[in-house]
Design a protein around this ligand. Structure first.
Ligand code: ATP
Ligand code: MG
Length: 422
């Protein structure tokens, strides 16, 4: 594992930052997720630098810096066009309410900084210049043994920051690791602290878990530890078999957040409820809308016998752009709930794709007559009857798209008007 670390590819601009601070006499290391990933032999997403230099000293050491979170000790250095986050060694003061530390204290010793971090595998620092690994809590051994273990006392650490238990489960799912016994046992008694965490932070961790290749076992662990009940009671309180199918459907859907959320919720709650749930978990409005829409229409197995006009109406409600996402969600659900219906579903899928490819008129603005044309044909001014006529024409072309030509629509309108008069 150390061989992985020593052979890891560290970008030039990051090394330049380390060298510069070292030249100035400061202690400086790579730290956190990137060290964990390098030890595992996985390319890190980003490289975090930690140093004994205070933020103003970091600012003075480089030409281009952005004071990203200077009160917390973080400065972003622009090194050859690359953003490198440099954070001063720190410990954290008292926590308020299990949310954020109320103060930070700068430290001169790397071990102090590592001891405030959440898990042993995230509490290692590496100096690529001297090839020294600082690992005071046994992170390397836990990585090797596939264990998520709190740095120091789990009960205390989970009481300080209620998000940590959620992160523990997220890392266990993403990495395929097990929670160390005491770490796991500390979750239920600290749930009251977890309840106070902003749902936006919970959702960020939840999404990482949901999109991981082990989403299904991650969801089980969330449920077993009691975390799920706090932010997703709709799933936590479902019947065991319904919950199992929901998890399996989410896992079977492509790893995109709206698709997995919709597959998870489709057989537990309604479309509008799913949208509300998305808003509650602070998803962007657009994502919540999409999840709601996908949940609402996900039961495509009920539409195997639908006529073309009925399917066109479905396309009109869903929107052509959401057809493929809807098919993906429906496929995932049917695959786990009723695999024997997959061949029928696949025929429906081809019909829907063919209907969509024909680009039929699906909305009033795609009609071959404008509002003005309609008023002229009916010889009326702006009035409610224009809306009524428009809806009538739209229904007619949804039934039969070939009617969408000016002359044919005018003919339809005249007949409709005559019918109304009688
Ligand atoms: P990822 O690869 O998912 O980004 P990461 O380990 O980089 O994983 P981040 O959330 O980016 O996770 O955090 C960076 C580092 O900061 C962690 O490795 C950990 O050392 C520390 N850390 C983050 N959140 C907490 C927390 N709530 N409590 C204690 N330490 C934390
Ligand atoms: Mg990170």
């Amino acid at each position: 594992m150390l061989a992985n670390l020593h052979n890891a590819d560290i970008p030039r601009p990051v090394l330049d930052v380390l060298r510069r601070l070292r030249e100035l006499g400061f202690a400086v290391f790579l730290v956190g997720g990137c060290v964990r990933d390098m030890v595992r032999g996985v390319p890190p997403k980003d490289f975090d630098v930690t140093t004994s230099a205070h933020p103003h000293e970091v600012q003075a050491a480089f030409k281009k810096v952005i004071p990203t979170g200077i009160q917390h000790g973080t400065v972003t250095v622009l090194s050859s066009g690359t953003h490198v986050e440099v954070t001063t060694f720190r410990s954290e003061g008292d926590y308020h309410d299990g949310r954020r530390p109320s103060s930070v204290k700068f430290e001169s010793d790397i071990t102090e900084d590592l001891s405030r971090r959440d898990f042993t595998i995230n509490a290692m620092a590496y100096d690529p210049l001297s090839k020294e690994l600082v690992d005071p809590f046994g992170g390397q051994a836990d990585l090797q043994a596939h264990i998520i273990r709190c740095v120091r006392d789990p009960h205390e650490r989970f009481s300080e920051d209620g998000l940590r238990p959620m992160r523990a489960v997220r890392f266990a799912a993403v990495l395929g690791f097990t929670l160390e016994l005491a770490t796991r046992a500390a979750i239920p008694p600290t749930l009251p602290v977890f309840r106070k965490v902003a749902l936006e932070r919970v959702r960020e961790e939840f999404v990482k878990l949901l999109l991981s290749p082990r989403a299904e076992s991650g969801l089980v662990l969330l449920s077993e530890t009691g975390l799920l009940d706090v932010f997703l009671p709709e799933l936590a309180r479902a019947e065991p078999e319904a919950a199992r199918l929901a998890r399996a459907a989410a896992h079977a859907a492509p790893a995109e957040v709206e698709l997995r959320m919709a597959a998870l919720l489709a057989d537990l709650i309604s479309g509008p409820q799913a949208r509300e749930l998305g808003i509650r978990l602070k998803f962007p409005n657009k994502a919540a809308d999409t999840v709601g829409l996908l949940v609402e229409h996900a039961a495509l197995e009920n539409r195997l016998a639908d006529s073309d006009p009925a399917l066109r109406r479905l396309l009109a409600r869903v929107g052509l752009g959401q057809l493929e996402p809807l098919l993906a969600v429906a496929h995932a659900r049917i695959q786990v709930r009723a695999p024997e219906r997959l061949p029928d579903f696949s025929r429906l899928q081809e019909r829907l794709r063919a209907l969509a490819a024909a680009k039929p008129p699906l909305s009033a603005k795609e009609l071959a007559l404008t509002g003005k044309d309609i008023m002229a044909t009916l010889a009326v001014g702006p009035s409610p009857i224009v809306g009524e006529a428009t809806r009538y024409l739209l229904e007619s072309v949804l039934d039969e798209p070939s009617l969408n030509q000016p002359e044919k629509l005018k003919e339809l309108l005249r007949a409709w008007q005559a019918g109304k008069g009688s």
